[in-house]
Write a protein that binds this ligand. Structure first.
Ligand code: TEU
Length: 585
């Protein structure tokens, strides 16, 4: 029998604070801040949100938008102050809402006091808090990093950064400004536990744990096999994702800290697909975290074995295989899923999985809403997803991209293939499809200049998407002729709660295994059952209802706000990007 828990039923909303709302209170005009977040709590409550996850707001030089932290126990002036976050927590409590902090402890900023000490000399007591290694020399006496791992956001450069002063390399998996902490040192782990306690004692209710599966590295830092022959350095995740001591460190966090509070925890775990390994982390009985982010769906268009800035074809069959696998696993093995299609590291879902043209954008956004609100797990909505916000227009110049990953990628491609039009056109296309920037444009609140994100006379830190006059929260709140994407999400989230026995906790059964365009499934639980039919294509598809999915009536869909008029037996015609929700007999 499924155990009911508040964090399983919750809707979590992710805030990317620099792009959420600039109230004018932070230190930089045109940059979102904490009072901006607090001022929108009624909007979020009304939407059906229970928990906020705020991407990092700690003190940071912002080399990677706050994922490089220089002080875990203070707020960056860009966002406000500790008093501002205390106020936000108090306002959340009043509304029966909760806060998850983003815990980024695989690495720190290179400006963190710990690292400044560590790099000051080989004898410093904090030297061992990070991964330091001597160089390797070839037969001609040239210096090389200790192994062939590439940097994740450094686009194929070495994951090791040379330190002239002490004559050693330090490991920096993401960028040179993000040195990896050495978790084998128990003092490091204790210091991390203190960070968790600090925020839980202040009123936070849990954590999204950034790349928490990378904290334990394989001893000896072995080389990896070559998967990208064009590059000198290679994705090395085999030797640092879910490493030898991961479970020990996670269990220690649970024992030392989490078990003493009522928390919600989600581990960000890229590169892991192994089912047994995942279950050890998330199963109800003796798991280490409540749930993790499994990236199979969100990495569906990556070249296997490569990092994000690659393209790979897929169809609805791949989507259904992937969803089916994780839904079934958790149902059968007493684990727990997180359900999401977007975050700050990925393009907009409506542009990625559907068609974001004016003709189909609304249908596509509603289709994805219908899917997510009817899957088992804790649901995560990313800011702007509830409005069907789309990728930046393809006409934007690569110079508009602000993200370090995009910038490094574009630089690298230009240096590897100067004047090679074919290669550079492809690189531009990859940016248009995959850049993290797509999710990071300011939230579109109104049709006013700067989309109401900041004052009209201020320049936002990142350009507002050109479509804000038609796509914005105010217009969607007021829309009357048909449900807007925003109103559809509100209804979808409410419906999910009302029928949580089926949608949150129920069994999942895949229907019609063969179609490459239709994804259909049945959810059963709490004495109820539902059939969901989703057309992931721009074609009109004749679809025959299978035996196990006899429908009594269609109750909702994305083409009409009322009950869809469609046959309930035999072959039905499913229109482009159409989504249907039915009650079985
Ligand atoms: O991202 C981790 C990361 O590697 C992702 O790019 C991941 O590969 C991808 O989402 C899988 O599809 C986290 C943060 O979310 C990101 O913003 C940071 O830049 C990174 O860690 C370093 O802290």
């Amino acid at each position: 029998v499924e155990k009911h828990r508040w964090w399983k039923e919750a809707c979590v909303y992710q805030i990317y604070p620099s792009s959420f709302l600039d109230s004018g209170a932070g230190s930089r005009p045109g940059w979102g801040d904490i009072p901006g977040i607090t001022s929108k709590l009624d909007y979020l409550k009304h939407l059906g949100v229970d928990v906020l996850w705020i991407s990092p707001i700690y003190k940071s030089p912002q080399a990677d938008m706050g994922y490089d932290i220089s002080d875990y126990m203070d707020i960056d002036p860009l966002y406000g102050s500790l008093a501002d976050i205390d106020k936000c927590i108090a306002e959340l409590k009043k509304r029966d809402m909760k806060l998850m902090m983003d815990l980024v402890v695989n690495h720190t900023s290179d400006q963190h006091a710990w690292f400044l000490e560590s790099r000051s000399s080989k004898e410093n007591p904090k030297r061992d808090w990070y991964h330091w290694q001597p160089p390797k020399f070839d037969k001609d006496g040239n210096r090389h990093p200790p192994n062939n791992w590439s940097m994740i956001l450094g686009e194929a450069n070495s994951a090791w950064t040379w330190d002239e002063k002490t004559g050693e390399y330090y490991l920096s998996l993401f960028t040179a400004e993000q040195p990896d902490l050495n978790w084998e040192n128990p003092e490091v782990r204790k210091a991390v536990h203190d960070v968790l306690r600090f925020w839980l004692d202040r009123g936070a209710s849990g954590f999204r744990m950034d790349v928490i599966n990378l904290i334990s590295k394989v001893p000896g830092y072995p080389d990896v096999d070559i998967v990208e022959p064009d590059h000198e350095f290679q994705p090395g995740f085999k030797h640092f994702a879910n490493g030898p001591h991961l479970h020990e460190y996670l269990k220690e966090i649970r024992r030392e800290v989490l078990d003493k509070y009522d928390t919600i925890t989600v581990g960000e775990m890229p590169f892991v697909r192994d089912e047994e390994e995942i279950l050890r982390i998330v199963r109800e009985k003796d798991g280490e975290l409540n749930m993790i982010f499994i990236f199979e769906l969100v990495d569906i268009d990556n070249v296997p074995g490569s990092y994000r800035m690659t393209l790979h074809p897929y169809d609805a069959n791949d989507i259904k295989k992937c969803v089916n696998r994780w839904q079934r696993l958790m149902v059968e093995k007493d684990g727990w899923n997180s359900v999401f299609c977007e975050n700050h590291d990925n393009p907009r879902s409506v542009s990625r999985y559907t068609d974001d043209s004016d003709e189909y954008r609304e249908l596509g956004a509603k289709l994805l809403c219908l899917m997510q609100t009817t899957l088992s797990g804790t649901i995560y909505v990313y800011q702007g997803e509830e409005l069907g916000m789309r990728n930046v227009p393809p006409e934007w110049d690569p110079e508009e991209y602000k993200d370090i990953e995009s910038i490094n990628y574009w630089k690298k491609m230009n240096s590897m293939y100067p004047n090679n039009k074919k290669k550079l056109d492809h690189a531009r296309h990859v940016l248009q499809r995959k850049a993290r920037d797509h999710a990071r444009t300011p939230v579109q609140w109104t049709a006013e200049p700067n989309a109401g994100f900041c004052k009209p006379d201020v320049t936002p830190w990142m350009r507002v998407n050109d479509d804000y006059q038609t796509i914005n929260a105010e217009a969607q709140r007021k829309q009357q002729d048909r449900l807007s994407v925003l109103q559809f999400w509100k209804r979808g989230l409410a419906n999910r709660k009302e029928h949580k026995g089926a949608f949150v906790y129920g069994d999942f059964e895949l229907l019609d295994d063969a179609s490459t365009k239709i994804f259909a499934y049945k959810r059963t639980g709490g004495d109820e059952a539902f059939v969901i039919v989703l057309n992931f294509s721009e074609d009109e598809i004749p679809w025959t209802l299978p035996q196990e999915a006899k429908v009594k009536s269609w109750v909702a869909g994305n083409y009409t706000d009322g009950k869809p008029e469609k046959a309930t037996a035999g072959t039905i015609s499913v229109r482009p990007w159409e989504g249907l929700l039915g009650e079985p007999c």
